[in-house]
Design a protein around this ligand. Structure first.
Ligand code: ZN
Length: 436
């Protein structure tokens, strides 16, 4: 070997880590969720976790590795805007059994729930979910721990935004007893006055909440429009969005007028309040359980609400609220069950895909949800066309998140590194030195 050639080879080796992050995806059928159309024989160039070129004339550098999905339908990764990765309701309980999440919080500590959550996070990304908004009920910041472990590369899972502890009027969503006023801990941060609301927002953000959650109307005393505004202003000043658990028409109204970014559930909403949501650009995250969980009557009421919401033009994002145990079924598989109510509301499949990709990204503030230059490379693929049948999503064969492959050929491929530093240490040091 000539010295020059040897040098070139060495240089090539040294450069390899950077070039290894470049990959070209051959997409046989590229689904454009925004327009509800498919383009055949497209290529997607991915560099450093981002999409840098898309089309039928993509030129990749020589030697760029190719992921061949020429027999598959390729689309943006899915987003669940309402989940609880560190909550599994007690075996045998159901949503009609008041407070089944209450029992879970009494019996299981945060560490157990986080351990369980690692498995649920993995099942979510395995099913094609690249982002999840975790909406509380995670013990003492179990969701934040999961998010940090995923961000640090310790465990596989979707990117997360986290609610931390839910901010609620005294009692939260529980009925406590005076002898045991601590029963609602650690799920809720009680805040009743405006000072307490400001304090709760700050405390929650300090401990790792990245998207706050207000419980509006689970007690006879509900948050007023003014209460909501105090919390929302404090959060928005820090660039943190606010969601609200609200079910009654009055509660939803107060939350919308107070400026929240999304309404969770919204089961008893009137057309008038739906119109108010449209006027304010507030997202509705329906969390519509399968009929088997809540009964046909409640299910059909939700289907009706979805029809009304779409007709009025309210912004809709997909969110599941899958929180229960079913033998042999993963959290990721269960989450897909929650798409059914939109099919039954006669939503076009393209519209449903938009809810579960680009709308979710918009709500979460994630640079995801579309296969476009500049977006994060959050990409999934399957054999059947999800525009023809939403059930095609159950056959996800390929998952990429931030340019990293998690699943290929239907098999989970993401290895967990054997040696890892703790990402929290760097952040803690930054805080101490005042360089957040
Ligand atoms: Zn929920």
């Amino acid at each position: 070997m000539k010295p020059f050639a040897f040098f070139t080879l060495l240089a090539g080796l040294i450069l390899m880590p950077a070039s290894a992050q470049t990959v070209v995806i051959k997409a046989g059928h590229l689904v454009d969720v925004a327009s509800g159309t498919v383009k055949d024989n497209q290529s997607i160039l991915v560099e450093d976790g981002k999409i840098t070129a898309v089309g039928d004339r993509v030129v990749a550098p020589d030697g760029t590795p190719v992921i061949d999905l020429s027999d598959q339908y390729v689309m943006p990764g899915l987003i669940d805007a309402h989940t609880h990765l560190a909550l599994m309701e007690m075996d045998g309980s159901d949503i009609n059994d008041f407070g089944s999440y209450y029992y879970a919080s009494l019996i299981e500590d945060t560490s157990m729930r986080v351990a369980q959550g690692t498995q649920m996070a993995r099942s979510m990304i395995e099913a094609g979910f690249v982002w999840a908004r975790d909406t509380g009920n995670n013990g003492l910041y179990g969701d934040v721990t999961l998010r940090r472990a995923i961000e640090g590369g310790w465990i596989p899972g979707p990117n997360m935004v986290t609610a931390g502890r839910m901010i609620a009027p005294f009692g939260g969503q529980f009925q406590m007893q005076p002898e045991k006023p601590g029963l609602g801990n650690p799920e809720y941060l009680y805040a009743d006055s405006h000072d307490e609301l400001v304090r709760a927002v700050r405390e929650n953000v300090h401990y790792g909440a990245t998207f706050l959650k207000l419980i509006i109307d689970n007690q006879p005393y509900i948050y007023s429009e003014e209460d909501v505004r105090v919390a929302v202003d404090e959060a928005h000043d820090m660039g943190v969005k606010v969601m609200s658990h609200a079910m009654s028409d009055e509660g939803i109204r107060n939350a919308v007028l107070g400026g929240v970014d999304s309404i969770e559930h919204g089961w008893q909403i009137s057309d008038e309040t739906l119109q108010l949501m449209k006027d304010h650009g507030t997202y509705l995250v329906g969390t519509d359980f399968p009929a088997a969980r809540i009964g046909e009557t409640r299910y059909q009421a939700n289907v009706d609400r979805n029809k009304r919401a779409r007709k009025i033009g309210v912004k809709l994002a997909f969110g599941s609220d899958a929180v229960y145990y079913e033998e042999g079924r993963t959290r990721g598989e269960q989450t897909l069950d929650f798409l059914r109510s939109y099919v039954d509301a006669d939503f076009p499949n393209a519209f449903i895909l938009q809810m579960a990709t680009m709308n979710g990204a918009d709500l979460l503030g994630a640079n995801s949800g579309e296969i476009k230059v500049g977006k994060n490379a959050d990409i999934i693929a399957m054999y059947h066309n999800p525009l023809d049948d939403i059930e095609a999503l159950r056959g996800v064969q390929f998952v990429m998140k931030d340019g990293e492959v998690y699943k290929e050929g239907g098999k989970f491929t993401r290895e967990t590194p054997r040696v890892l530093n703790n990402p929290r240490r760097k952040q803690q040091r930054g805080n101490m030195l005042g360089q957040n």
